[in-house]
Design a protein around this ligand. Structure first.
Ligand SMILES: Nc1nc2c(ncn2[C@@H]2O[C@H](COP(=O)(O)OP(=O)(O)O)[C@@H](O)[C@H]2O)c(=O)[nH]1
Ligand SMILES: Nc1ncnc2c1ncn2[C@@H]1O[C@H](COP(=O)(O)OP(=O)(O)O)[C@@H](O)[C@H]1O
Length: 185
């Protein structure tokens, strides 16, 4: 059986990665979304094993020591990481696997898995990014500021990616990503 393709989607918090990928996943049953592990607290409505595996810091660090992560990084005070075993399993089963991760982790994947397709989702402007992040209402102003500071460094790295998709409207961005997937199948 043909093995699946690994796709890495990255981009600053608030760019719309979750929104765009949610639409894509609902419309394509050959895709598998990799559920990440994190030490950040669940937001209202987030479920363990659905949105993330929510781990205590000590548990996360044990798994790092065991080599369980394909990649991991610290982002605004918390750990985030991709568990390797389920990714390999799904690729072997022929699914295309989607990672939605921040830029440091994406760069680790680029080194480890040179065949991975690297996609950067960019906001139309920095002002629009700030307005989307504040509009989402999931972080307090201090945390929004930290995410926006981090976003500046992330945006500077977008040229390292195979594709840069500007999320101006969700419909258009989803269509562009469908085109990228189609060109690789
Ligand atoms: N390196 C890495 N980053 C991740 C992983 N999962 C999520 N992230 C990224 O961590 C950042 C913060 O995620 P989160 O707190 O859920 O905020 P949100 O993406 O803005 O909703 C985002 O850029 C995510 O893409 C992961 O497994 N590894
Ligand atoms: N194309 C878009 N136009 C306007 N608002 C958007 C667009 N895409 C996403 N949003 C909104 O912006 C906020 C951040 O989107 P989200 O998908 O949570 O981003 P990310 O996963 O990159 O952090 C959400 O409130 C979402 O509804």
């Amino acid at each position: 059986m043909r093995k699946g393709t690994l796709y890495v989607f990255t981009g600053p918090s608030g760019a719309g990665k979750g929104t765009v990928l949610g639409r894509l996943l609902a419309e394509d049953d050959r895709l598998f979304f990799s559920i990440s592990a994190t030490t950040r607290a669940p937001r209202p409505g987030e479920q363990n094993g659905v949105h993330y595996y929510f781990l205590e810091k000590a548990d996360f660090e044990n798994r790092i020591a065991q080599g369980a992560f394909l990649e991991h990084a610290q982002y605004v005070g918390n750990y985030y990481g991709t568990l390797e075993a389920p990714v390999n399993e799904k690729l072997d089963e022929g699914f295309d696997v989607i990672l939605e991760i921040e830029v440091q982790g994406a760069m680790q994947i680029k080194k480890k898995r040179p065949d991975a397709v690297m996609v950067f989702i960019a906001p139309p402007s920095f002002e629009e990014l700030a307005s989307r992040l504040r509009g989402r209402g999931t972080e307090n102003e201090a945390k929004v500021q930290k995410r926006l500071e981090t976003a500046k460094g992330e945006l500077e790295q977008k040229d390292k990616f195979d594709y840069v998709v500007v999320n101006d409207t969700v419909d258009r961005a989803v269509d562009e990503i469908k085109g990228i997937l189609a060109s690789r199948r």
